[in-house]
Design a protein around this ligand. Structure first.
Ligand code: GLY
Length: 366
């Protein structure tokens, strides 16, 4: 078992990572239930895990109530937020209660946001069931829904009280989803730890093939890296948390071009985005070309896209840059870019010339 503490003063919490944790979750959840009914919010795809969790709670004498929502990105909507908050109010949830979010990023983001406004803020626990949610979205307190104007534009910072991560649940996740989550694991090496990137090169294929010990190690490493960055810059105001967006600006443009659909999963867009960020850094003479080639080669070797062609994106550089201008990271007319001086040496550049980005993208094979 690994326990990572996210150090945020009175909002600090533990992230517990252990194979088989779901079946032992009551040990951690019972004290938070306070002898009351625990609400668990999940989606249709997660039912087998819901049964394990409810069974564990029931064995420990904790009564639970499940709210099962439809799966998919469209669940992060105003309509579902209204539905969910009404259901939670019907259950009599109090500020001191803890709602359990059992699922991937969609459930975590929606439940976290609902809990940030329910009775002006109640507690919640993240039990992430996708690799992407385990290594990224369940930790750090970003919560949101999507609106007509774009993804995650209405939301709040609301930290969970606890995060429980069981790598065994990934065994029922489609490989494509595991691979997409793995892109966010690689991201931590590229941000500031060249040794961890080398670890990914050596172990990524076996991890994706199902090695549980490697999965547990990668999750624990990623969560510790994220916890460190979030503790330094909880609300992304001093720049440090922005490093977690490596690959996301290029990736956002690709996702927008793909219509934010299953054609290109978020993690796949991040993979291609990271390869493009390194390629652009090398083209600008900031990073060695060999490092950019190494990043692309590793992503390609595990079946992740390493550029526009692999992501099946045919749009021009100008069209992709236009998508970037709708990114919520826009700040007073400038768009911060995550660039790199080499593997494990990323930094925020707020003076990137968008015409140069478009010209670079026009050279990327598609
Ligand atoms: N996924 C980026 C962040 O949590 O800041």
């Amino acid at each position: 078992m690994t326990i990572v503490r996210v150090g945020l003063g009175t909002r600090s919490y533990d992230v517990v990572i252990e194979a088989g944790l779901l079946a032992r979750a009551a040990e951690h959840l019972k004290p938070l239930a306070r002898g009351r009914v625990m609400a668990i919010v999940t989606d249709e795809n997660v039912r087998p895990h819901l049964d394990v969790l409810r069974g564990a709670l029931s064995d420990a004498g904790v009564e639970s109530e499940a709210i099962v929502l439809p799966p998919g990105e469209s669940t992060k909507s105003w309509a579902m937020l209204e539905h969910l908050t009404d259901r939670l109010l019907d259950l009599g949830i109090e500020r001191g209660d803890h709602v359990v979010a059992l699922g991937g990023g969609v459930i975590g983001d929606l439940v976290g946001f609902a809990c940030s406004i329910l009775k002006r803020g109640c507690g919640f626990v993240q039990v992430p069931t996708t690799l992407l949610a385990q290594v990224d979205s369940s930790v750090g307190g970003k919560t949101a829904i999507n609106t007509r104007a774009g993804k995650n534009l209405i939301g709040a910072f609301h930290q969970p009280a606890l995060v429980l991560i069981d790598p065994v649940v990934l065994e029922t996740l489609p490989l494509r989803q595991v691979r997409a989550g793995y892109a966010e694991v690689v991201k931590y090496g590229l941000i500031d730890d060249a040794d961890f990137f080398a670890w990914c090169e050596a172990n990524g294929a076996a991890l994706l093939a199902g090695d549980l010990a490697l999965r547990e190690h990668a999750i624990a490493y990623s969560v510790a890296a994220k916890a460190r960055i979030v503790a330094e810059d909880e609300r992304e105001t001093r720049g440090r948390r922005a490093l977690l967006n490596l690959g996301h600006t290029f990736g956002h443009a690709l996702e927008a071009e793909a219509g934010f659909s299953d054609r290109l999963l978020h993690g796949e867009a991040v993979a291609a985005g990271m390869a493009l960020a390194y390629g652009f850094s090398a083209a600008k003479g900031l990073a060695p070309q060999a490092d950019a080639a190494r990043v692309a080669a590793h992503l390609r070797s595990v079946g992740l896209p390493d550029g526009l062609a692999a992501a099946s994106i045919v749009a021009s550089g100008e069209v992709l840059v236009a998508h970037m201008l709708h990114d919520k990271k826009m700040d007073a007319g400038t768009l911060p870019f995550l660039l790199a001086r080499g593997i494990g040496q990323s930094f925020v550049d707020t003076s990137v010339d968008l015409d140069a980005v478009a010209a670079f993208l026009n050279l990327d094979p598609r």
